[in-house]
Ligand binder design. Structure first.
Ligand code: PLP
Length: 393
């Protein structure tokens, strides 16, 4: 008989009831070091006091009004995102997929408003993940996501990730935009070369197409900058954010420059829940922490510390681990054996991590971890690799 919860996930047999900081407890009272962070979402750890306060205070005032009225938290959050990024204007959503969808619609609308309605196609990269809506699976074009959902939404082309020549060659008279993750997440923690990102900006300018970055996973401080593309010293025209933006409260945002955002007018797009007062209270509290003096520098520091330790781990276990890669606290261990076997062993030893493509174990801890937690994670990884080696798995 089918479970009441639709079985679209192969869930690990774990159930959690409370968390604090980098730790989460299951219903049997076991404590886990949470290096999955709910898929790079709980970036400030579980139950951060500043976030709990912001949420509960807003809960006693007003939860929801719809976007038919002004929402002060939106004005404040949008202004702060604008002040701290390339963007001039922001649309709020409830999820990453919706932020991507908004960006894709803006790409089409921009060209429609600028006398180039024939430009409607968007080029994406192999290994990409942009969400699960019909447009997003057509954009990501991963067989495991598209199978059975054909025909795919028209208007997407795909080229290998990181190859600028192929990207340039794929731009045609119908191309409207380029959509890329500066660090591929689901695809296996694959950071784009900074020269590649610069080359994308040049190509977009040269051919008159828009550049959109999907920073749903790699943004919001994860790499040690507010947005990952900042490392390349260039800016997109559009950016999708979500995941860590709400620290665990569902919220997303689509950021755009003025020329692009100008194409969107009253009635162009909408969302009942997007940017509601509860979501805005929490996201503003998240920004209070991430934008505080020294926070991002600290992320960079602890990330370098952890990566150094993981490099030593890889060197010590060549039969288990092929490499460590990533940017900031978005790290991946490419496995020699099955990544799922290592993840199960980590779970058994009290640590959570997440599988990613290319046989990678994804480590996306809360950005607030200290050296002690980095050491603890490496010790659990060490024990787990040794156990798998011992059992010959
Ligand atoms: C998670 C993710 C999405 C989709 O976000 P949802 O909130 O699940 O809709 C889109 N793009 C990237 C890069 C992601 O990591």
């Amino acid at each position: 008989m089918i479970p009441a919860v639709m079985p679209t996930y192969a869930r690990a047999d774990l159930t959690f009831e409370k968390g604090e900081g980098a730790y989460i407890h299951d219903t049997d009272g076991r404590r886990y070091l949470d290096f999955g962070a709910g898929i790079a979402v709980t970036s400030l750890g579980h139950c951060h006091p500043h976030l709990v306060k912001a949420l509960t205070e807003q809960a006693g005032k007003v939860w929801h009004t719809s976007n038919l009225y002004h929402i002060p938290g939106q004005a404040r959050l949008a202004q702060r995102l604008v002040d701290n990024s390339f963007a001039d204007s922001v649309f709020f959503t409830n999820s990453g997929g919706e932020a991507v969808e908004c960006g894709l619609k803006m790409i089409r609308k921009y060209h429609a408003e600028n006398n180039a309605p024939g430009r409607y196609r968007v080029i994406t990269c192999e290994g990409a993940f942009h969400g699960r809506s019909l447009a997003a699976i057509a954009a990501g074009r991963q067989a495991k996501h598209t199978k059975g959902f054909e025909p795919l939404v028209d208007g997407f082309d795909q080229v290998p990730f990181g190859n600028l020549n192929e990207m340039r060659a794929a731009i045609g008279p119908e191309t409207a935009g380029i959509l890329v993750e500066p660090v591929q997440g689901e695809g296996g923690i694959r950071p784009a070369a900074l020269d590649y990102l610069k080359g994308l900006r040049e190509a977009a300018d040269e051919f008159g197409v828009l550049l959109m970055f999907d920073e749903v996973q790699c943004g919001m401080g994860r790499t040690g900058k507010l947005f990952a593309h900042e490392w390349a010293g260039i800016a997109p025209d559009i950016l999708a954010s979500a995941k860590a933006l709400g620290g665990g409260f569902p919220v997303g945002a689509c950021l755009a420059t003025e020329p692009v955002a100008t194409a969107m007018t009253a009635g162009s797009h909408g969302s009942t829940f997007g940017g509601n007062p509860l979501a805005m209270a929490v996201a503003n509290a998240v920004l209070d922490v991430i934008l505080a003096d020294g926070f991002l520098e600290r992320v960079e520091g602890i990330a370098g510390y952890l990566k150094g330790k993981l490099e030593a781990l890889v060197a010590a276990h060549p039969a288990m681990l092929a490499e460590v890669r990533g940017s900031g606290l978005m790290l991946g261990l490419k496995c020699v054996g099955e990544n799922t076997a290592l993840i199960a062993e980590l779970n058994a030893n009290g640590m959570l991590a997440i599988a990613a493509g290319d046989n990678v174990v994804r480590l996306v801890p809360p950005l607030v971890i200290e050296e002690a937690q980095a050491d603890e994670a490496v010790a659990i990884l060490e024990t787990s690799c040794a156990a798998l080696e011992e059992r010959g798995e």
